[in-house]
Design a protein around this ligand. Structure first.
Ligand code: EPZ
Length: 420
């Protein structure tokens, strides 16, 4: 297992270009199952998760190619039964269920496991598919679904933590080929959901209300191939903003969509980070001291849960006490214990982390536990005094394309240490 060896204390300076969004690319690939035609996706990030999704699609019988960021998928003849081991390993694969069911009228996938950030239930996905007329059976670790036909209806998809991103995408895709009109209430409005909806429309789907909490889908008899560029990864962009601020650097971020992360820009400005937008680029710097800042993670357009860990790492360096409350997932503070090994002073009180900032962090060997926690540990290592070894960096490789290369280009002293 590889690790990152980081010598902290160097301000990040220079330019970075943001890759395509992992959380858009995964459902976009699943959407290609809705047609026998070839679909082309551009600006797909080369990650272990995107490569994994392609393997899953191939296990269903699709032909795929991935070359220089462009993915082509031809799901001419597919079966409704995916490789248990493959699907079990990546939660994002649950979004193949809707397209498979609506195209083949039967689909089975392994129940996606939970992960360190929460139990990750799929009750809302199944509620939506059942509402469209699917018969659902949980058997032997599989979700088995079948339907003589899917018929449009009104579905409320809100859960205990608000909308569901992949649940919205799953039901949206199933509704595209269902008979009649489906109205999805409390739909997720994340930019990734908007990107998938736009791709579906380019494939011939009829969808109204894109970007709003109410999506109206009029089923069509078939869909065709399309060519689509994936939106930039807003979480990667925010990760680099936090890294630049943590190291008192000055970074030009190319290729992002600042309108996709206004809540993060707002909170970073409140914390004393300076950002300037100039024709598609975002200049970030932190001339003075960081100020303690409270935040609560919320569904879009609120502060995204996927930037919570990175922001906590930053608040460890701020003057004062910050209260960071996680409202989306039930246990997304795995990074806190590791940050405390670097000298951070953080207490967990229910859904909140109380961060007493202002102390210098000192480098230490730390363990990555999940994708965004790994990013938080890298940020802390870049800002800390001395050497940090972030172990199990495979978590980070799931969602960040060539992170060490991008950081090295910004002057960071970071290198990958090959593990056994
Ligand atoms: C997507 O996960 C993202 N993953 C996550 O990013 C992101 O954190 C999450 O949305 C929230 O924005 C991908 O897009 C691949 P949810 P998803 O369904 O769709 C509860 C990352 O770091 N819920 O929106 O699986 C759930 O437990 C990853 O890139 C139900 O109760 O998340 C959670 O509390 C991590 N029942 C809340 O809803 C359901 O059927 C939001 O989950 C589904 C979800």
């Amino acid at each position: 297992m590889d690790s990152f060896l980081i010598q902290g204390g160097t301000p990040l300076r220079g330019e970075v270009t943001i890759s395509g969004s992992k959380n858009a690319a995964l459902p976009l690939m699943a959407a290609a199952l809705l047609t026998a035609d070839t679909c082309t996706l551009r600006r797909v990030p080369d990650l272990s998760d995107t490569r994994f999704m392609l393997r899953i699609l191939e296990s269903l019988g699709a032909e795929t190619r991935f070359d220089q960021g462009t993915v082509t998928i031809r799901a001419a003849s597919i079966r409704g039964f995916g490789d248990y081991e493959l699907i079990r390993k990546m939660r994002g694969s649950i979004c193949i269920l809707g397209p498979m069911l609506t195209r083949l009228k039967e689909a089975s996938v392994s129940l996606p496991g939970g992960c360190v950030i929460g139990t990750r239930p799929i009750d809302l996905h199944l509620k939506g598919l059942a509402a469209l007329g699917a018969r659902i059976e949980i058997d032997g670790g599989y979700v088995k679904t079948s339907a003589r036909k899917l018929v449009g209806t009104n579905i409320f998809l809100g859960g205990r933590a608000g909308p569901t991103v992949l649940g919205t995408v799953n039901i949206l895709m199933a509704a595209c080929l269902a008979e009649g009109v489906t109205v999805i209430e409390s739909a997720a409005c994340e930019p990734e959901v908007v990107d998938v909806a736009r791709f579906l429309v380019s494939m011939g789907a009829k969808i109204h209300g894109i970007g709003s909490p109410t999506l109206t889908v009029t089923g069509v008899s078939e869909m065709h191939g399309a060519d689509h560029e994936v939106i930039p990864d807003r979480i990667e962009a925010c990760t680099f903003l936090c890294a630049a601020a943590a190291t008192k650097g000055e970074v030009v971020v190319h290729g992002s969509r600042p309108d996709h992360f206004a809540a993060v820009i707002d909170k970073l400005q409140e914390a004393g980070v300076r950002m300037k937008q100039k024709s598609g680029t975002l200049l970030v710097s932190r001339p003075g001291r960081l100020r303690a800042t409270d935040l609560t993670t919320l569904p879009y357009a609120g502060f995204p849960t996927d930037v919570q860990a990175q922001f906590i790492a930053l608040m460890c360096l701020a003057q004062g006490t910050s209260v960071i409350t996680e409202r989306i997932f039930e246990s997304r503070f795995m990074h806190v214990a590791e940050l405390m090994r670097m000298g951070a002073d953080i207490a967990i009180e229910g859904p909140s982390a109380i961060v007493k900032g202002g102390r210098r962090l000192s480098g230490a060997p730390v363990m990555a536990s999940d994708l965004r926690a790994s990013a938080a540990l890298v940020i802390a290592g870049l800002a800390a005094e001395g050497e940090t070894m972030v172990n199990r960096i495979y978590h980070l490789d799931r969602g960040y394309e060539r992170m060490e290369a991008k950081l090295q280009a910004l002057g960071a002293r970071i290198q990958r240490v090959e593990g056994e």
